[in-house]
Write a protein that binds this ligand. Structure first.
Ligand SMILES: [Zn+2]
Length: 568
């Protein structure tokens, strides 16, 4: 009898375990479906195709990328919206818009010092040498080395080319626009690009389009800058500049692909990857990873391995602009956006580029008090205020998903406080949870050495797999997911409070912080997480969910009160 009783108890326990979903077990289900499919070939091959072009909205490379995406979406089973029936769940459209300015693309360029045999720079080997929006020119003129832009005189620079180790904007305005110089040559590289080591790197630069002035500019590598400076030792320097670019009217294209939800089609998760910019990692990698994600979603849906409840949208376009517009243009969307994720610089071979994979969190208290293990990337961020906080479960959920992929694939996963600057910002500005998946520091960021040899198929696979598995948990989320999410947030909240308490205690002991400040920090984190718990109803709501939230909030508050007493 006793044995039977034990068995019964076991049965009941097992059953209750089976009913209580954890985020981790939900995640495993989708990871197991996605991992055998995600091999990174499509992502990598897409990067290899896209990175050949210097992409700018409306230009050849941008549009060729759009057409490649369209071909691959079609092959995967996505149907053009115009030809789709109501039953089609995989659809796409290409939006086309008149541009307010001409598009631009570089064709050829060279810079030579007259009297020296080898050219200083060639477009073929330094494709970022020409400032974006530069007009074509062919000229030979003396170079004036400018040390201080505020001391330039007209007599000094008129009809000549100015060179400065500074940003080009002011130099162009003063020397070219006001004083009649022919054009600018600059050297301007942030220190994290390690110009003295990566001597051929040029970080791309741009001028404002100016039809009347028809300006041009050349950005130098460290190596070219040193050679040019050395030439001044032998007297006046004359250079020969050849720039051939194209500026022409075009249309701006955006690709929108939808996997329509079966149950709640009006709620969606949106992925966004920008096409423009010349690099392989920035952002042919996001374009490629997202394309493989979209094709795998289609395959799994077509073979009935998944049946997403909510809609998944894949966007490819012009950074921030396309995403912002998509969020604003409600009438064109089939669904309200519940979550947004930007894929930008997601293919780094970190052995070569440095840095690591990062999840940039939506604003949480680590963006106010950046300390302990929290740190900003070298891209940089400025401290936020409490009013900027966006309490949500999204940060910790995505971090937990990528940590899973990280431990599975022995891959380093880190996160950073909010900084901005990519396709997650338009979501946040519209009060929609938004995150960035990226890498930093990348010592080739925005330089012409950001090419396919810096891209890793394994990284593309890890990011794409983590992103798609995360999407699956969210779009299929229900009441039990909401309860599991509450538990996850409770766990990370308790962990965070303890970390801040320990850190604060030692800072107070060393006289580096005050009790008032530490009380504020603990209270802010506790409130952030109890507020975050309220958001799980995005996934599903019921009395049981409300109860779980109340209970978890109470535990977090109780723990924080205990810590606060100790601080005081
Ligand atoms: Zn980017």
């Amino acid at each position: 009898l006793k044995k039977l009783f034990t068995l019964c108890l076991l049965a009941i326990l097992t059953q209750s375990f089976a009913q209580e979903k954890s985020i981790s077990s939900e995640a495993d289900k989708y990871f197991e479906l996605i991992r055998p499919e995600f091999k990174g070939y499509l992502a990598y091959n897409t990067v290899a195709f896209v990175e050949k072009y210097w992409r700018y909205a409306g230009n050849t490379g941008f549009n060729e990328t759009v057409y490649l995406i369209e071909r691959k979406l079609k092959e995967a089973g996505y149907i053009n919206e115009e030809d789709a029936s109501e039953n089609d769940r995989l659809t796409y459209r290409i939006e086309s818009r008149q541009m307010g300015r001409p598009t631009w693309e570089p064709v050829d360029a060279s810079l030579r010092i007259v009297g020296e045999r080898s050219p200083l720079l060639l477009q073929q080997t330094n494709r970022n040498m020409v400032y974006l929006n530069s007009h074509s020119t062919q000229t030979e003129a003396e170079v004036v080395w400018v040390k201080d832009v505020n001391e330039i005189t007209k007599e000094q620079v008129e009809g000549k080319i100015v060179f400065g180790e500074m940003s080009g904007r002011k130099l162009l305005n003063v020397a070219v626009k006001e004083m009649g110089a022919l054009g600018i040559i600059t050297f301007d590289m942030p220190s994290y690009l390690q110009a003295q080591k990566n001597t051929t790197s040029i970080q791309f630069r741009s001028l404002a389009y100016d039809r009347a002035l028809q300006p041009w500019g050349i950005a130098l590598s460290y190596e070219a800058k040193e050679r040019l400076k050395a030439a001044f030792e032998n007297g006046p320097v004359i250079v020969e500049v050849n720039i051939e670019t194209k500026l022409y009217q075009s249309e701006e294209l955006t690709v929108v692909a939808n996997v329509r939800g079966g149950e709640l089609p009006n709620e969606s998760l949106v992925f966004s990857a920008h096409i423009q910019e010349p690099g392989a990692n920035d952002n042919a990698s996001g374009v490629g990873a997202q394309l493989e994600m979209a094709t795998i979603t289609a395959k799994l849906l077509n073979e009935s391995s998944i049946d997403p409840k909510r809609t998944i949208t894949y966007l490819w376009g012009d950074e921030i602009i396309s995403t912002h517009r998509y969020i604003q243009e409600e009438e064109k969307r089939i669904a309200d956006i519940i979550w947004g994720i930007s894929l930008d610089m997601v293919g780094e071979d970190t052995e070569k580029t440095g840095g690591s994979f990062l999840i940039e969190k939506m604003p949480d208290p680590s963006a106010i008090w950046t300390r302990g293990n929290d740190k900003h990337s070298e891209w940089g961020g400025s401290p936020l205020e409490k009013k900027d906080l966006m309490p949500h479960y999204f940060n910790d959920f995505i971090i937990s998903m990528f940590k899973k992929q990280g431990s599975y694939a022995n891959w380093e996963v880190n996160n950073n406080p909010f900084e901005g600057g990519s396709d997650h910002t338009p979501f946040l500005r519209a009060d929609i949870p938004g995150l960035l998946l990226w890498h930093f520091t990348d010592q080739f960021y925005h330089t012409d050495n950001d090419r396919i040899d810096k891209v890793s198929k394994a990284t593309l696979t890890n990011v794409g797999t983590g992103a798609l598995a995360s999407a699956m948990v969210l779009v299929n989320g229900d009441e039990s997911t909401a309860i599991a999410m509450t538990k996850l947030i409770q766990d990370v909240a308790l962990e965070r409070l303890k970390i801040e308490f320990d850190l604060g205690s030692s800072l107070i002991a060393n006289g580096e912080s005050t009790k008032e400040k530490e009380v504020d920090i603990i209270e802010t984190w506790a409130k952030f997480y109890t507020d975050a718990m309220q958001k799980v109803v995005d996934l599903g709501s019921s009395d049981a969910v409300s109860k779980a939230i109340d209970q978890a909030s109470a535990e977090v508050n109780e723990f924080s009160l205990k810590l606060l007493e100790q601080v005081k």
